[in-house]
Design a protein around this ligand. Structure first.
Ligand code: 1Q0
Length: 216
């Protein structure tokens, strides 16, 4: 398919990674989780220069996670649950601000991606349920207000607002998702939303169970 070249974003790879990241026991495999995010970075890259900063910020968070994974304690970073147990046991979570020399914990870093995943879930859900005339920029901003803005500084909120204005049209977004027409796009969006929300909900339960939803 000439519209969907292999090296760019592919929704099938996104779905594959986020599906594979939940084990039968309800554990979250970090490798697959981050693979899903790698695909999202490709998506951001296809959205134009204004999303470059957001992609960079995401890269930075991924790099921290990857450093934990290849570090001496890497064996504790196979699953979310193992990471949480390890960092709790060692007092590494950082319930208060950690001393600056210490690398950011896996728990607080993944929490940033986790919150952003909620924003994406909301945005795609809104896009799927809106009229074909609904403006993606507006839906995107709404989702941001609900899910992510409360955690961001004033400056980041302004920058995000500007980035949203440059969001491509609905047709262009559909093309990126390789959907030819409105109905097909609705289906892809619905499947994506349900896949993302399953991952989000499992992760959310783990963070909530340990009182870790507000890590600084
Ligand atoms: C679009 C999401 C809004 C992100 C807003 C950032 C805009 C400005 C960029 C400036 C980046 C500077 C740092 C930003 C935020 C951090 O303060 C924050 C918290 O970290 P910390 O260490 O300071 O406590 N970081 C985050 O919240 C991470 C944010 C990651 C955003 C990931 C966005 C996911 C995007 C997915 C793909 C978009 C697809 C849309 C279209 C799909 C249609 C088919």
């Amino acid at each position: 398919d000439t519209h969907c070249p292999g090296k760019g974003f592919q929704v099938s790879r996104l779905l594959g990674a986020f599906r594979a990241c939940i084990t039968l026991d309800g554990e979250i495999l970090l490798q697959e989780y981050l693979l899903g995010w790698k695909e999202l970075i490709k998506l951001m890259d296809s959205l134009g220069a204004a999303f470059g900063l957001i992609a960079q910020e995401t890269q930075a968070k991924m790099a921290i996670m990857e450093r934990h994974q290849v570090g001496v304690h890497g064996s504790h970073y196979h699953t979310l649950q193992a990471m949480v147990a390890f960092e709790l046991r060692r007092g590494l979570v950082g319930f208060q601000q950690l001393p600056p020399r210490q690398p950011p914990s896996g728990c607080r870093t993944l929490l940033r991606l986790h919150r952003a995943l909620k924003w994406l879930e909301l945005f795609l859900a809104k896009l799927g349920h809106s009229q074909p005339t609904g403006d993606p920029s507006e839906l995107c901003a709404e989702a941001y207000q609900e899910a992510l803005a409360p955690y961001h500084s004033w400056w980041v909120r302004q920058a995000a607002g500007l980035a949203f204005l440059s969001l491509p049209s609905r047709q262009e977004l559909y093309r990126i998702m390789c959907a030819e027409e409105e109905r097909e796009a609705q289906t892809v969006l619905a499947v994506t939303v349900s896949t993302i929300s399953r991952v989000y909900n499992v992760t959310q339960r783990v963070y909530a169970a340990h009182g870790m939803l507000e890590l600084p």
